[in-house]
Design a protein. Structure first.
Length: 436
């Protein structure tokens, strides 16, 4: 059965972010079930899930409360639009997100996935300025090596060369500030001597172009697709102050890091800032079904009301399955688990364990840089010519032993479920050490 499935996969499937020739020649895993921190291949072989199945299964696989929420709601109301009408789950989830997100974020616009949330947030930012009579503010600012999704608008505010190089002529590029790449500091600083000099690039762009800028968008505290580039809270604090100085909208794209990844419910909470708009997804549903949300302040939301100037300020944007009853029921159950099963409090010992383990891997690898924050960590191999191949070989060997990872260039990273046990995490590091 396993070989038959592989043949049919190769014949009919088109896998995302996967080189076709290499994939067809490998014994790629086919997963038929999962539980906790484990994936189970057809035939029963167990794999530890080292990347939370693309950074989203924060609560582990097969959580009974999440499964029950899906089943219960599926028997009552399967789908209902939220354009001009509503349903209880959507109302309760919007209220809950207003309660748990930082500061005065209040109004939720529901979307289908991360990229669609980013597209919505960018359009909201542009239309906000149009609604208040400042149509010239339509440019975006992002970070070099930023990643906000693979749709055209999202590509415009990010740039990871391998993903986006062939689309340069069809996207509207944002102004891009230097990446706060602490493992390979663009200012040649060490952590003890760092004064966030890399922020100067952002400051200069905003100073020069603020009259045409609609919004600044960043992945707070970690540029994920760039290779898990973890950076200091002070960068976000300076960015919030800069946006306040020039009256700019700040979008925090928490799709990847929201819901506990940094050790706090949200990265912005860890940094002590409140954005004007926040995008969330992935862990919002525990990673079981696709959903995202754009959460905005009263200031942003109220600009979309019609007033006496005869301009129609309505936000004409929608997603068919945004706010779906089954998925919103799932999201409510996931938030209940985060809060009432004390997920963040319980993972604190594993946060320290992960940090120690990542630094041990860095020492084994030799010439490399190691960073860790919350339940994510990365070792970036400094060998520019051979580092990516080395990381890929380590990941391949780890899979043979029983651990699933995906390398990102020269970066070897971990992003496990928040609920992974200390024993399971110890096994992850044991496998990696053997693979190295």
């Amino acid at each position: 059965m396993d070989n038959d499935l592989r043949k049919r996969d190769v014949e009919y499937m088109w896998h995302p972010c996967t080189e076709i020739n290499t994939f067809e020649q490998m014994q790629f895993p086919i997963i038929e079930s999962a539980k906790g921190a484990y994936l189970f291949e057809v035939g029963g072989r167990a794999l530890l899930d080292g990347i939370a199945s693309w950074w989203c299964v924060n609560l582990g696989h097969g959580h009974p409360k999440l499964i029950e929420a899906i089943q219960r709601q599926a028997s009552v109301l399967q789908h209902s639009i939220i354009g001009g009408m509503s349903h209880p789950n959507a109302i309760e989830l919007a209220e809950k997100l207003a309660q748990i997100t930082p500061g005065n974020l209040k109004h939720s616009f529901f979307c289908g996935d991360g990229a669609s949330a980013v597209e919505s947030a960018l359009k909201i930012a542009v239309q906000y300025w149009a609604n208040i009579g400042q149509q010239d503010r339509s440019r975006f600012v992002g970070l070099e090596e930023g990643y906000h999704g693979d749709t055209l608008g999202a590509m415009g505010v990010g740039y990871v060369d391998a993903f986006h190089r062939d689309y340069k002529d069809v996207v509207r590029p944002a102004y891009r500030a230097s990446s706060p790449h602490c493992a390979q500091c663009p200012c040649n600083k060490q952590p003890k001597s760092c004064n966030i000099e890399c922020f100067e690039s952002m400051r200069q762009i905003v100073k020069e172009h603020h009259k045409e800028i609609a919004t600044v968008i960043v992945e707070p505290l970690c540029q994920g697709a760039a290779g898990v580039r973890i950076y200091p809270e002070e960068y976000l604090q300076r960015l919030r102050a800069l946006c306040d100085k020039y009256g700019l909208i700040l979008i925090a794209d928490e799709i990847a890091v929201g819901f506990g990844r940094t050790g706090y419910m949200f990265a912005c909470e860890r940094a002590g800032i409140v954005p004007d708009i926040m995008t969330v997804g992935k862990g919002l549903t525990g990673g079981y079904m696709p959903m995202s949300a754009v959460i905005a302040t009263d200031k942003i939301y109220n600009s979309f009301r019609n007033n006496d100037d005869n301009r129609d300020n309505t936000f004409y944007h929608s997603h068919t399955f945004g706010g779906n009853p089954i998925i919103t029921a799932l999201a409510l159950a996931a938030i209940d688990v985060y809060e009432n099963e004390y997920v963040l409090e319980k993972c604190q010992p594993r946060i320290e364990q992960l940090s120690v383990g990542m630094h041990e891997l860095g020492q084994m690898l030799g010439d490399s840089n190691t960073l860790a924050m919350g339940m994510m960590g990365v070792v970036e191999i400094n060998d520019v010519s051979g580092g990516a191949d080395r990381a890929a070989r380590i990941v391949k060997k780890a899979y043979e032993i029983g651990l699933f990872l995906r390398p990102r260039g020269r970066a070897l990273y971990l992003w496990p479920p928040l609920t992974i046990t200390q024993e399971e995490l110890a096994q992850v590091f044991a496998i990696l050490k053997t693979a190295i």
